[in-house]
Design a binder for this molecule. Structure first.
Ligand code: IMP
Length: 472
């Protein structure tokens, strides 16, 4: 625990497969912090924030950008796409957001290069990546040197020598292009276009680049409070997720102190964000998926054919499908009625039931202290489903962890403005299973649609539930 005359840091991570609504929570609690910092991933994230002027999707800039008193930091663990970052900064400027003196970017962030985009395009389909070059970028960071030259470039390299960096990027792209059977003229032109605008991108980002490795620590020692904002989620961690169906960065909370450039001695809470209606976008195991393997195959096919929200809307009536006796169709209906499509890619997200077996394991393994549960209002839709209630995966007494029981909870109506008795009973039920308190629940899409049960700076209440023993 940190010394309170100094500041402290909390870490917020997603507990499932991404898209749990982390940005909404970061935006909510940002006033409790002086700095919100990213520590992993890059433009593969699509963080949706509701603002008074509409919905904004952020990719690389921390989600507290619309809280003007909060500083923002992009830590060295991130993979920065300079072209996309410049566009994001321009978009924010057009919305009147002034980032001067508010945003700092570590000069050690790895850079996404044209070769990374080519290689991800070439190899990403099996995993279902977002094609943002994230995997190849982190791979080059680990390789450091290949085919006779440097392959990892940090922001400080391009700042110090744009010409050399440009030449390395060009030759990396040529090596990547050799892996494509037929020389793709469009891709070649795309590489040259990117390289031609590299110098401009560097200049847009230069004012924000921070070369001081003690930058965050100094601020915390002076009493400031940091919130680390995780991208992707724990189940997509490059080591702890299910290889190869993971992202290429570390998403687990402990990594915040590596990729976020702060000693861990300042840690206070680990905050988890989960979603009552679970989703996964991308291939790979998803134990609670409605419709199981058939639904997974439907997703793969949809990606192959570019089928997204518009096509599903043209083909199905979501309301009618809700009462289908086929769980896969129920999944389609829930996706349509709750808008579960990739923010960056537009892909349909696979839909699953609330999995308290998985959530409990993740909470225990990664030391999560408290949890926000989003999209609780969406559970109402299950009333019309084949379950006539809310299906939830819970452990089966005496059975192995991969043989859980599905129980059906009574449906309840949600009023975004208040917490009903039924909602509080549901809250107790979840807490008993996951073993830590729910601090809040998302009850609707808008900024204010959230029930909060205690304040972050209050003492975190304990939950009287059995914990998972490390020796079990
Ligand atoms: P990559 O991070 O683009 O390499 O993609 C690897 C896997 O992580 C794929 O299954 C992606 O769909 C998934 N993924 C990456 N970023 C996100 C995200 O922000 N939300 C949800 N899934 C993501």
């Amino acid at each position: 625990m940190s010394n309170r005359s100094q500041g402290y840091a909390d870490v917020l991570v997603g507990l499932q497969y991404g898209d749990e609504g982390k940005a909404k929570i970061v935006d909510l609690i940002a006033p409790e912090y002086d700095i919100v910092a990213r520590f992993n991933g890059g433009a593969n994230a699509g963080h949706t924030v509701q603002t008074p002027t509409g919905t904004v999707v952020l990719q690389q800039v921390p989600s507290a950008v619309f809280r003007p008193k909060t500083s923002l930091y992009i830590g060295s663990g991130c993979a920065v796409n300079l072209w996309k970052l410049r566009a994001e900064l321009e978009m924010l400027e057009s919305l009147g957001v002034d980032l001067d003196g508010r945003l700092a970017i570590s000069d050690r962030c790895a850079l996404i290069q044209p070769s990374h985009l080519i290689l991800d395009e070439l190899n990403g389909d099996e995993i279902g990546t977002t094609k943002n070059g994230i995997g190849p970028c982190y791979a080059d960071r680990a390789s450091r040197f290949a085919h006779g030259q440097r392959v990892n470039l940090q922001i400080r390299d391009v700042l110090a020598n744009a010409d050399d960096s440009c030449a390395w990027m060009r030759s990396g792209a040529q090596v990547a292009l050799e892996q494509i059977d037929r020389l793709d003229v469009r891709t070649l032109a795309d590489v040259e276009e990117r390289l031609a605008s590299l110098a401009d991108c560097i200049e847009s980002v230069r004012p924000f680049v921070q070369g001081d490795p003690f930058y965050l620590q100094r601020r915390v020692l002076n009493g400031e409070r940091v919130l680390f904002e995780g991208a992707q989620s724990v189940m997509l961690d490059v080591v702890h997720g299910d290889q190869p169906f993971v992202t290429a960065s570390h998403t687990v909370p402990a990594y915040a102190y590596v990729g976020g450039d702060l000693p861990p001695r300042h840690h206070r809470y680990t905050i988890g964000v989960a979603k009552a209606l679970t989703s996964r976008v991308g291939n790979g195991p998803f134990p609670s998926e409605l419709g199981g393997e058939r639904a997974a195959a439907y997703f793969t096919e949809a990606c192959r054919n570019g089928r997204g929200a518009a096509q599903e809307r043209a083909e199905y009536d979501g309301r009618k499908l809700l009462s289908s006796s086929d769980p896969m169709e129920l999944g389609i209906a829930l996706r349509m009625l709750t808008q579960e499509y990739g923010t960056g890619t537009g892909r349909p997200r696979r839909i699953g039931m609330l999995d308290l077996v998985q959530l409990r394991e993740v909470v225990s393994n990664f030391g999560v202290d408290l949890v926000y549960l989003n999209k609780v209002d969406c559970l109402e839709l299950y009333e019309e489903s084949l379950y006539s209630g809310i299906p939830v995966r819970v452990p089966r007494e005496g059975a192995p962890r991969d043989a859980p029981e599905i129980i059906v909870l009574p449906p309840f109506a949600v009023d975004p403005g208040c917490a009903s008795t039924a909602l509080l009973e549901f809250k107790d039920f979840v807490e008993q299973h996951i073993g830590v308190p729910l601090i809040g629940m998302g009850l609707g899409p808008e900024r204010g649609h959230i029930a909060e049960f205690f304040a972050l700076n209050d003492h975190v209440p304990s939950v009287d539930a059995p914990t998972i023993s490390p020796n079990a």
